[in-house]
Design a protein around this ligand. Structure first.
Ligand code: ADP
Length: 537
């Protein structure tokens, strides 16, 4: 027997119209220079809907953005899926090869590009002949525009358009909740980038999952600042989440300077912000210089948040960095960290250890770990290490225009490539990425754990540990370390500092001091770049 509840589709159109009806006066502030209301932003999205029609962008076509986090980007974020087109957010730091590959693979019909970023993409234009229109978004820069009929101005298009006045939501039939709404490519550290094609349904459920109280728990009273770019796995769901909750949004614009970000957080009284650990590290010197007392929740993910970093924030602001594990394929948030009531009696040190874990799965997300060799599921005992697999309604079931992929198991779970433990309370603890684990003399060394102990030295700003090929041990750990300005710590002193905390054979063979560490396009430390430099020396 089936239930008798109303069959209503889950759509981004609903998120748009809910914000319009309930939270019209709430603010979207960009870079401290522009302040609009949700009503303004959605009015522009309604005009953009008809602009896309007049540009003859078909339903289902991919509409790309190559842009920083701004209110115009948010308008595109809303109008494209609400009109049943597919929003393809492109990473602005991709190499020309990858950029051309994914624009071509996605068959992008139109690209919306920040004026200041046009020079980065324009050299590829001849190889991207399928793109019919390049729509330039004003971003405060005055870069000259090439004289080319394919270039259009965003503000001019919006000013000249009539708004769509109907209900977007009413245009969706029940089955339409499974229509594609967004497309994001994984960074392709192995093989070409792969497209993850989100649906309206998966996006709405992910949004609700992250909104759940006790997890990120966004509320109407929040002022949310996605520092994480819109193109990095949907800014972790923060933009749609803020709209659904009715929270105000603060968008950083094109600058990622620590002083700019912290000034914005102070001036806008930001309560919730999300960023990769690299950004949180860069903001540490700013914490003393600004009044960030409005902050109530800081989200860190994309790579492991070193406990020492989280504790620095807890000491300075009273708010740790809450760990979150995710992947582009998981929309991206699958797991949120933090303590539970049972940890109230725990010692301070034990609580630090709980917060260091990646955390517990969101509702509707299932996790399991399997033996890498046999594929058999491992016990949830907090110690058996295996490959993490994940399933859920906002987890990818395939890649865009890829027939079969061994990332998926026969029973439909996603293989993450991460090595992890699960415990009896469902806490996930990531040991390493399979490809980053160091194999020394037949034993495994977790680069993540080693990095965490090295980062606990007060003079260490950042650290990455990789395995260097070794004729005797197969691989030996080497630590690349960025020290605080003026620090005179030596390699020997660092090794002495960590000696009581790790097994002797975990001690790195070499500590290399660097001014900065290489980054991936999403701002994470790039271990593959370090490995390449080791190989070429
Ligand atoms: P990419 O693999 O291209 O960097 P993603 O941004 O989707 O793309 O990264 C997903 C991976 O990032 C995960 O599989 C995991 O290895 C790592 N990761 C994400 N969140 C965390 C976290 N909280 N702790 C440790 N690693 C993380």
């Amino acid at each position: 027997m089936y239930g008798l509840m109303q069959p209503r589709p889950l759509t981004i159109a609903h998120i748009l119209e809910r914000a319009e009806a309930l939270f019209a006066h709430k603010q979207v502030a960009t870079a401290g220079v522009e302040r609009l209301t949700y009503a303004d932003v959605i009015a522009h999205a309604r005009r953009l809907a008809t602009v896309l029609d007049s540009l003859k962008v078909p339903s289902g076509a991919r509409v790309a953005t190559f842009a920083s986090n701004s209110r115009r980007h948010l308008e595109i974020y809303l109008a494209v899926p609400a009109t049943k087109r597919v929003l393809h957010t492109i990473n602005i730091r991709l190499s020309a090869d990858h950029l051309e590959y994914i624009v071509d693979h996605a068959e992008d019909d139109v690209v919306f590009v920040d004026r200041g970023l046009l020079a980065r993409i324009w050299p590829s234009v001849d190889r991207l002949s399928r793109v019919r229109h390049w729509v330039v978004l004003p971003d405060g820069s005055d870069t000259a525009l090439p004289a080319d009929p394919r270039i259009l101005g965003y503000d001019e298009l919006i000013a000249g358009a009539v708004p769509f006045t109907g209900s977007f939501e009413d245009t969706f039939a029940l089955a339409d909740e499974n229509l594609a709404s967004g497309l994001c490519y994984t960074s392709g550290t192995t093989g070409p980038p792969k497209g993850v094609l989100y649906s309206h349904r998966s996006t709405v459920l992910h949004c609700l999952g992250t909104l759940a109280a006790g997890l990120i728990g966004l509320a109407e009273s929040d002022v949310v600042m996605p520092i994480v770019p819109f193109f990095h796995a949907n800014a972790w769901g923060l933009p749609y989440g803020a709209l659904m909750a009715g929270a105000s949004l603060v968008l950083p614009g094109s600058s990622a300077e620590p002083a700019h970000l912290s000034r914005l957080m102070e001036a806008e009284r930001v309560t919730v912000a999300g960023a990769v650990p690299t950004v949180w590290t860069s903001l540490v010197p700013e914490l003393r210089r600004h009044d960030l007392s409005a902050v109530r929740f800081l989200l860190g993910g994309g790579s492991a948040v070193p406990p020492a970093l989280s504790e620095t924030y807890r000491a300075a602001l009273g708010v740790p960095i809450t760990h979150s594990w995710g992947m582009t394929e998981v929309s991206p948030v699958g797991v949120i960290g933090g303590t539970r009531t049972q940890h109230r009696e725990a010692t301070a040190l034990e609580r630090v250890a709980v917060r260091a874990a990646q955390g517990q799965p969101l509702p509707l997300v299932n996790l399991r770990t399997v033996d890498v060799e046999t594929g058999r599921e491992l016990p949830r005992d907090g110690s058996a290490v295996g490959e993490l697999q994940v399933a859920g309604p906002w987890v990818a079931g395939g890649y865009f225009r890829v027939d079969a992929d061994d990332s998926f198991t026969d029973d439909g779970w996603l293989r993450t490539g991460d090595l992890a433990t699960l415990d009896g309370d469902g806490y996930l603890r990531l040991v390493d990425r399979m490809k980053d684990l160091i194999k020394s003399g037949g034993e495994w060394i977790s680069s993540v754990e080693l990095e965490a102990v090295i980062a606990s030295h007060p003079d260490v700003v950042e650290v990455a540990v990789i395995g260097r090929p070794d004729p005797r041990w197969a691989e030996r750990p080497v630590a690349y370390v960025v020290l605080r300005d003026g620090s005179a710590v030596t390699a020997e002193e660092l090794v002495r500092h960590i000696t009581p905390m790790v097994a002797r054979w975990w001690l790195p063979d070499e500590v290399v001091f660097m001014a900065t560490l290489p980054r991936t396009g999403t701002g994470k430390l790039s271990k593959s770049a370090l490995r390449d430099s080791v190989r070429s020396t």
